[in-house]
Each structure stands twice: as C-alpha cells, then as structure tokens.
Design a protein around this ligand. Structure first.
Ligand SMILES: Cc1cc2nc3c(=O)[nH]c(=O)nc-3n(C[C@H](O)[C@H](O)[C@H](O)COP(=O)(O)OP(=O)(O)OC[C@H]3O[C@@H](n4cnc5c(N)ncnc54)[C@H](O)[C@@H]3O)c2cc1C
Ligand code: SF4
Length: 503
C-alpha cells in the first residue's frame, strides 16, 4: 500500500474541502479516516507533525525525538514532581513511537462507564467486541515469534513464573517482527502496524487526503455548526489557510492537544470541564544487572507483561531500549556512569504503570503557552512504591545479581530484596520516582448531561453542532491497560455512527 501523504504547503496552491475534516492522524484520527472513507465520505486528515518514510527512519533516539516526538520528548507536567508527558507528533501520531502493546478495554472499566457515567448505550460492549476482532485482524495482532522474543522479555517471564504470578506474552500489532527493539524510534521495517503504514494508507487508497505539517489552530463555525478548520503550516504561523468541512469536523488530536484546541476555539465553556480531569497511567522502571548477557537493544521492544495485580491498580511490562535511552535511567555520573554503561549488555529493564486516581489539568499558561498540571496523591504514590518493590522482587527472582531501584531514599544499587525493605516506609512523595506519563485520558469527557460533560453520547460537542471529539479525551476514566486498541475501537464506533447520521 502506498504511503502517499501530502504536505500542508500544497494547500497553499490549491486549497481543499471535504465532507469530514479530521484533526490528528494518530490512533483515533487514522481510524476515523479508515472507516469514513470506506463508507464513501470524502475525508481530509490534518496532521501537525511531519511524515517520516520508513526508509528514512534512524535507529538513534535523538533523530526519533526530533522527527516524531512532541516537543522533542520534553513535554512535561508540573506538580510536586516533574513528569515527562510523552507523545508522538507525526503522521501516525503516538502509534509510530509506541510499544505496540495491544489490550482490549477491560470489561470492569466498561462496567464503570456504563453504570456511573451513563455510556452503556453509546458504547455497547457487544459491538466494541466485534470491532476489537476486526482491529485484531487488520492490525495483525499476535505475539512475538520465539526467535525474536529477546532475553529481557524471557527473564521477566522467568521471574513471574518463579513467584507464581500470572503473566503472558504481549499481544502486539506487529506483522513478522524481526526483534530490532526500535519500536520507540519508529519501526525501521514497517513491521509494526502503526497508523502511517496501516489505516492511513488504507484511507488514502479510498480517496482520503492526509496533510502533514498542517497545524490546526481553530475550529471554525457558521450558524452554530462546525464548518472548517484554520491551519498554519507547522513552524510558519504566517502561512494560514481555512480548510472547509462540508458536513462535520472530527477532533482527534489527543487528550492533551484536543482540549487546547477546544478552548482556543471557545468550545465547551458551558461545562467548564475542558482540560480538567486529566488522568494517566504514570510509570517508572527498575534496572537489573544479570551475570549473563541480556542485550536490551535487541528483541521485541515489549514482549512480556503481568496483569497479576491489576486489581491493585498496577501492571508490569518488560521494555527494551537503546543505550542512550537506558543511560538516562542509570543512577551515576562521571566514571561511575561509564562503568554502568559498560554493563549495558547485562541490563534488564522492566516497568510498572499505575492506574492512578489523580486528576490533572491541561490549559493555557503564561503568554498562551501550554500548561499541564498533574500531581500524584498519597494513595497513588503508595501504589507506585508497592509496584517498584514487586519489580525488585521479580528481578531477584529471575536471577539479577544487582538491582538499581531508581528510588530516592533507597541505595542506588542493592544486592538483595532485604536491601529494599525500607521502601514501603518512605514518605509518600512523588519526587522519589522517575515517572513518565504516556497514556492520557479524560480532558473533554463524554456524557448525557451538558453540565457534567463536554461532548454528548453521540460524541458531538454539547455547544457546537457538527463537531465530534473521538479520542481518549472523552474517556471518563483511565483503563489500567495500554490504550491504543480501546482508542481505535471507540473512534471506529463513533465514525460508523457518524457515517450513518450523514447518510
Ligand atoms: C513511548 C510510548 C509508548 C506507548 N506504548 C503504547 C503501547 O505499547 N500500547 C498502547 O496501547 N499504547 C501505547 N502508548 C499510548 C498510545 O500510543 C496513545 O494512547 C495513542 O496513540 C493515543 O491516540 P490519539 O489518537 O488520542 O493520539 P495520538 O496518537 O497522539 O495522535 C494525535 C495526533 O494529533 C496531532 N495533533 C495534535 N494537535 C494537532 C493540531 N493542533 N493540528 C493537527 N494535528 C494535531 C499530533 O501531532 C498527533 O500526531 C504509548 C505512548 C508512548 C508515548
Ligand atoms: S521490535 Fe523492531 S521490528 Fe519489531 S515491531 Fe518493534 S521496531 Fe519493528
């Protein structure tokens, strides 16, 4: 399938208009383009980031940060701790740089959405299950072949089995993985079925136009209806154009950027909830040193996981990465760091992510800049402490000779589980951990009541007809599992409902 995408500069010469204009080309936007173009609707996708053809992908993190990560990986939330908020910004969105982990929306979470948020009729689980089956087939979901599984994943499996926990090989949207461990840089061989090699080319072959470097700055309206999108060529605010939407505008710019665009466009003021209730799965990693080589620079980037303690709001995953990424997680500086880096081939890295209870906020700050506030509460920090303790236990169970817990208040290196005994007694301060947040939800929630939600149960903004928000901004809670598949499924459902409405 072709990867023929257009550039925003092409709007300059010829302009463009479509039945439906979609903002964002990630999990939600690409899925909408795939579904709506198949239903015969004329579709434009506007993407702020550039497009990196597969052949031009580089293996180093610096090139990846520059080409595909939002703010070069420096986007961060303020709170007591400084929390990097990681996202992609390129054609394909965050799916380009993600770990390819596939999970379905947990039924327990759906039950909460149904009973506490009134979304049962809007998001029928039976239809979602059918969509998940189709997504699995189209995105070639399966586990990594044994020959490319990798030692980092195998050791986590060993630890899980030795401790009698439940664990499993991760289901991934990858066809024929060759175990390069480069998922976070963008797959160098188009094996990962991220949106720029799957749903976006499918939409293009059905007539959709995808414009890279087209940054939406405002949703336009006429007569109480969304009527188009103002964009500028990314990096050049003077080159502005209006793209006409004949029937509808879809907002799928992510749980951080969608609320910003809503408030910049004056939409959602009634509920005062735009940008509020930001939820996440903050996570941190633990490093183990093994006698035998592990080599985290090869194997399936993320191939093994444990949801054994899901009810306690935590999930464990193996995560492989290149040396320059791993270096940021090592405790030392100077010659001690050199010694640690010389052990690189013997390091294993596993992470815990927490289904946090904290609510944060996204909005405009000083001089109109983006501001993200997010702070873990004491209960979340307690969950994180317990999660890290369990990771340390897993590392020793798998045979680590030394563990670097990465917790302020514990020794930088420990050689037995007993050395971590003080962890649970430490004060509940989020600054003790090096957390990141990569799964984001809830900043333009969906619901039947306009006073407590931003969009209705048909995904339409309560206060602007023909504007549909379909990404994880509309999720009322976080999930406790990796969200891409749920985001695709909800976007699919929203798009087929929209296609029926426009028929
Ligand atoms: C490092 C990392 C690893 C991850 N691993 C996994 C994983 O293994 N499994 C999983 O399920 N999830 C994973 N995730 C999360 C998952 O990829 C995201 O939750 C998902 O892609 C979000 O989908 P989305 O459509 O809401 O947003 P995105 O996929 O982020 O797409 C939004 C797009 O909109 C564009 N955009 C934003 N603002 C504008 C604008 N004003 N104008 C035009 N375009 C705009 C952005 O540039 C972006 O390309 C990971 C995330 C990260 C950061
Ligand atoms: S591990 Fe390598 S080959 Fe496999 S999906 Fe990830 S980037 Fe592609």
């Amino acid at each position: 399938m072709t990867e023929r995408f257009l550039d925003a500069a092409e709007l300059e010469s010829q302009g463009d208009a479509a039945d439906v204009v979609i903002i964002g080309s990630g999990a939600a936007g690409a899925t909408a383009a795939r579904v709506l173009s198949e239903r015969g609707l004329d579709v434009i996708v506007l993407e702020e980031g550039g497009h990196v053809p597969t052949a031009e992908r580089r293996s180093d993190m610096y090139s990846a940060f520059k080409a595909s990560w939002r703010d070069m990986g420096f986007q961060a939330a303020r709170g007591r701790a400084f929390t990097p908020v990681l996202q992609g910004s390129c054609v394909g969105g965050t799916t380009v740089i993600n770990g390819a982990i596939i999970h379905r929306l947990p039924e327990a979470i759906h039950h909460v959405w149904q009973t506490q948020y009134g979304l049962g009729a809007a998001l029928p689980y039976r239809r979602l299950a059918e969509i998940f089956d189709q997504l699995d087939a189209e995105l070639q979901v399966g586990t990594a072949p044994a020959e490319v599984f990798g030692e980092n994943n195998r050791l986590l499996q060993l630890g899980v089995e030795r401790l009698g926990m439940r664990g499993n090989a991760i289901r991934r949207n990858v066809a024929d993985c060759d175990g390069s461990a480069h998922c976070n840089q963008g797959c160098p061989r188009a094996r990962k079925q991220s949106m720029e090699v799957s749903f976006l080319p499918a939409a293009v072959s059905q007539g959709a136009r995808v414009y890279a470097r087209a940054k939406a700055t405002r949703i336009l309206s006429r007569g109480g209806h969304a009527s188009g999108v103002r964009i500028h060529v990314h990096g050049d605010p003077k080159r502005r154009y209006d793209v006409v939407a004949r029937r509808a505008v879809i907002l799928a710019a992510s749980a951080i950027q969608s609320p910003l665009l809503l408030s910049d466009s004056g939409v959602g003021r009634r509920s005062r909830l735009v940008g509020r209730r930001l939820q996440a799965h903050p996570g941190t990693g633990v490093v183990g040193v093994f006698d035998d080589p592990v080599d985290i620079s090869s194997g399936a980037t993320q191939g093994y996981e444990s949801t054994h303690y899901w009810d306690e709001r935590m999930k464990f995953e193996a995560v492989s990465m290149p040396l320059e990424f791993a270096a940021a997680r090592l405790p030392s500086i100077g010659s001690a760091l050199k010694r640690e880096l010389s052990l690189f081939k013997h390091l294993a890295i596993w992470g815990v992510q927490v289904r946090a209870e904290a609510h944060g906020r996204v909005g405009r700050g000083l001089f109109g800049g983006k501001r993200i506030d997010y702070d873990l509460g004491d209960r979340d920090v307690e969950t994180l402490k317990l999660g890290v303790l369990r990771l340390i236990e897993l590392m020793f169970a798998a045979g680590a000779r030394e563990v670097m817990p990465g917790v302020h208040g514990l020794p930088a290196r420990i050689s037995s589980l007993d050395d971590a005994a003080g962890l649970l007694g430490l004060s509940a301060d989020p600054r003790r951990f090096h957390c990141i947040a990569a799964h984001l939800f809830g900043t333009a929630v969906m619901g039947p009541d306009p006073s407590s939600s931003v969009v209705g149960v048909d995904f339409q903004a309560h206060d602007l007809a023909s504007l549909f928000v379909i990404d994880s901004s509309v999720f009322p809670t976080n999930l406790g599992v990796n969200p891409q598949h749920s985001i695709c499924a909800v976007a699919w459902l929203a798009s087929e409902q929209l296609a029926d409405r426009l028929r």
